[in-house]
Design a protein around this ligand. Structure first.
Ligand SMILES: CC(C)(COP(=O)(O)OP(=O)(O)OC[C@H]1O[C@@H](n2cnc3c(N)ncnc32)[C@H](O)[C@@H]1OP(=O)(O)O)[C@@H](O)C(=O)NCCC(=O)NCCS
Length: 217
């Protein structure tokens, strides 16, 4: 029997392979759906029991309802692929794992992925295509832009603003800001794994260490 809706996890590598089972759990009570990977570079036809389709084959599939999430950690690539999906009229969906907790007054854009054991507390605005990896949290009064990536175990404390496309590495800790002076991580910045961010981070810069300082090359 042909499915009535097809959900595409864009990217069959590590990130996508972690997301597809979450989606399978999330959609377990819906009949008539198929979850596939979309990946133009994958030589395998099936990965972890999900079919792998090239993007054009996904688009051409005659199933009426097609939804996509982009499971690629690099925010710039996510942005490019999202534009491609939009131009083909695809809808995005949000993946929310069991054991995710969202508290009060949370606003999240389309296409987000919340992995297991993530928490978003209160009065938080998050843009589109956010990745919140395993065990990360976002505390109160944060503002997070589009295409922001949290690797596993990020601790983002209250009153922090993070610009579009920023990447926060595994286990980074971001100090709280103040309501009148949030701590700001600029657009396109990278925070290295294990960094302890105590002050603003310039857009496009890479910071590492405790306290986090620009990476000198
Ligand atoms: C910060 C980061 C982006 C730099 O990557 P890079 O440009 O490839 O840097 P390199 O690995 O060439 O390292 C350059 C220098 O920085 C140091 N360095 C790299 N990452 C560091 C970190 N997180 N903390 C402290 N020092 C770090 C290296 O030891 C090296 O030092 P040296 O020049 O004295 O030998 C990267 O190391 C990082 O932390 N990425 C996040 C990884 C992550 O969280 N992945 C999650 C996957 S799910």
């Amino acid at each position: 029997m042909t499915a009535s809706a097809i959900y595409g996890v864009y990217g069959a590598s590590g990130c996508g392979r972690g997301v597809a089972p979450l989606l399978e759990d999330q959609l377990q009570h819906q009949n008539d759906i198929e979850i596939v990977f979309i990946d133009d570079g994958c030589v395998e036809r099936v990965v972890n029991s999900f079919r792998v389709l090239a993007y054009e084959d996904f688009i051409r599939s005659d199933i009426a309802v097609k939804r996509v999430t982009i499971a690629i950690a690099d925010g710039l690539i996510r942005k490019r692929l999202a534009a491609r999906c939009v131009s083909d009229g695809l809808e995005f969906f949000t993946t929310i794992a069991n054991h995710h907790v969202s508290m009060a007054n949370i606003n999240v854009g389309e296409g987000a992925i919340f992995c297991p054991f993530t928490t978003v507390t209160s009065n938080i605005h998050i843009g589109s295509h956010f990745h919140c990896n395993i065990g990360s949290y976002v505390e109160h009064d944060c503002v997070i832009g589009d295409y922001v990536t949290f690797a596993p175990g990020v601790k983002c404390n209250g009153n922090v603003h993070i610009g579009d496309g920023a990447y926060i590495g595994t286990g980074a800790i971001i100090k709280q800001g103040k309501p009148e002076k949030p701590l700001v991580i600029g657009s396109g910045a990278t925070v290295g794994m294990g960094a302890v961010v105590t002050m603003d981070v310039a857009p496009g810069s890479v910071v590492v260490g405790n306290p986090a300082k620009p990476l000198l090359r």
